[in-house]
Design a protein around this ligand. Structure first.
Ligand SMILES: [Zn+2]
Ligand SMILES: [Zn+2]
Length: 209
């Protein structure tokens, strides 16, 4: 028996029907809502974006971002990059034995800022000094620097007569880096000052290579 879409009046002989409604009306009524433009803070120095934390805008990050901003019921979705900051999301959903696609476009409005790391790096902040000493100091420094920069920032790099000094944003990053490179440092803490009634220490790590 032929059906008539109660919303737009089209006959079922002319369009696919989902339940009582034609496909187009059904899709409009589902109400998958994604804002057409979404603001996203991004760091003008390191180019990372701020989602739950500061991170590179990769596929995984984009998916999280869409999940956070979409309203409505769907089974899954995939994202296509259109151009510049424009994306299309295809949401897939099933209804009875029908599979439906709902397409939504959105663009990212990137809001320029500086991430916490870059803000600290440019203000000269550091938690640790890493001293590299010995004949191979120069060569090892490059390796160490590369590893460190995956984890934190280096706010100063000093070439001295006795070796290399790096001023590093995070103690934890120094320990991890030296661990990975199987270097054992001599560690010493120096009282740096008092902040909010607590003593602040800066740690010096010295490695011989
Ligand atoms: Zn209709
Ligand atoms: Zn940054």
């Amino acid at each position: 028996m032929e059906k008539i879409c109660p919303r737009c009046g089209v006959l079922s002989g002319r369009k696919r029907f989902i339940g009582d409604f034609c496909e187009d009306c059904y899709l409009e009524m589902i109400g998958i809502d994604l804002p057409a433009q979404i603001e996203l803070p991004f760091c003008e120095v390191c180019d990372r974006v701020k989602l739950a934390k500061w991170q590179k805008l990769d596929k995984n990050a984009l998916e999280k971002f869409v999940k956070k901003n979409v309203k409505g019921r769907y089974d899954s979705f995939h994202i296509t990059h259109l151009e510049d900051n424009a994306y299309e999301v295809v949401f897939l959903l099933s209804k009875d034995s029908n599979y439906l696609e709902v397409r939504r476009k959105f663009s990212l409005k990137k809001v320029k800022t500086k991430c916490d790391d870059c803000r600290r790096a440019t203000s000269g902040y550091y938690e640790a000094i890493l001293q590299i000493r010995g004949k191979k100091a120069e060569r090892w420094s490059q390796k160490i620097l590369k590893e460190l920069q995956h984890r934190t920032f280096v706010s100063k790099y000093a070439e001295l007569a006795e070796g290399i000094d790096m001023y590093v944003g995070s103690k934890k990053a120094v320990s991890e880096t030296l661990g990975i490179l199987k270097l054992t440092p001599k560690v010493s803490d120096k009282l740096y000052g008092v902040k909010d009634g607590k003593r602040v220490y800066r740690t010096t790590y010295c490695v011989r290579v």
